[in-house]
Design a protein around this ligand. Sequence first.
Ligand code: ADP
Length: 267
Amino acid sequence: ILPQKSIEEVSEDVEKWAKQRKEEIEVLQNNEKFRKEFLMNLAHELRTPIFSVQGYVDTLLGGALEDENVNRKFLSNASKSIDRLVRLVDDLDEISKLESGKIPIIQESFVIQDLISDVYEEFSLKAKERNIELLFKKGTERPIWVHADMPKIKQVLVNLIENAIKYGNDNGTITSGCYVVDDKSIYVEISDNGPGIAEEHLPRIFERFYRADRSRARAIGGTGLGLAIVKHIVEAHGQTVNVRSKPGVGSSFGFTLDKSDAPQRFI
Ligand code: ADP
């Protein structure tokens, strides 16, 4: 038999219980708020390219099809909007798989600089078109072995390097740095000398569909999900991602990874 509680103890328990319930309700309300906001943003993101395709197709059917001067242009614009929809659906698919934990993290050992070089290679043409240099920070070229899911970390690097090119200035520079933090962890940083991001946007930059400069980002053609995917992948590894930026100077996105020893055959 339990000893009887005093009135004070009982009322303390009740207060504790009420506080916990209040906190639980707040969490649920916040989740609901996020869900509503997400659906609203999604509808908006889908509407823009769909309306654009509808506009071009209607104009073509309304007579522009016969006009040799405009029909190809309209079809090519409609096709660009469809590309954008496809990218959006692909990114949404990726993010929902990551959120549901459906894709497991499969870790292996690899050299992080080699992966960055692969991604540089993939973007070399795009960078060249705008005379952007893709470099390694001096002193960080020495091979560093990491233990992580290689295809997913490649996706992180693709999203960060693609953004650095997309938002970067013509004739700019993108610099990657790889640092050993301690015997367990390493830090990777992708920096650009582009327009930078104003301080008020930084805390929300990794949220789905959040954009620092809405009209510019849309014109550039992003889905608004790239950094949300980066954050998901890095956190699924139990690691952290951060951003530092100064308007007019540039931006630096960095993340940590588990350090690995070089496999025996490489020693
Ligand atoms: P988007 O598809 O719009 O590029 P992201 O999630 O990849 O979406 O990025 C979110 C926003 O962060 C961008 O719209 C842009 O405003 C800002 N941003 C991301 N990377 C950079 C960068 N390297 N330089 C300046 N702004 C950036």
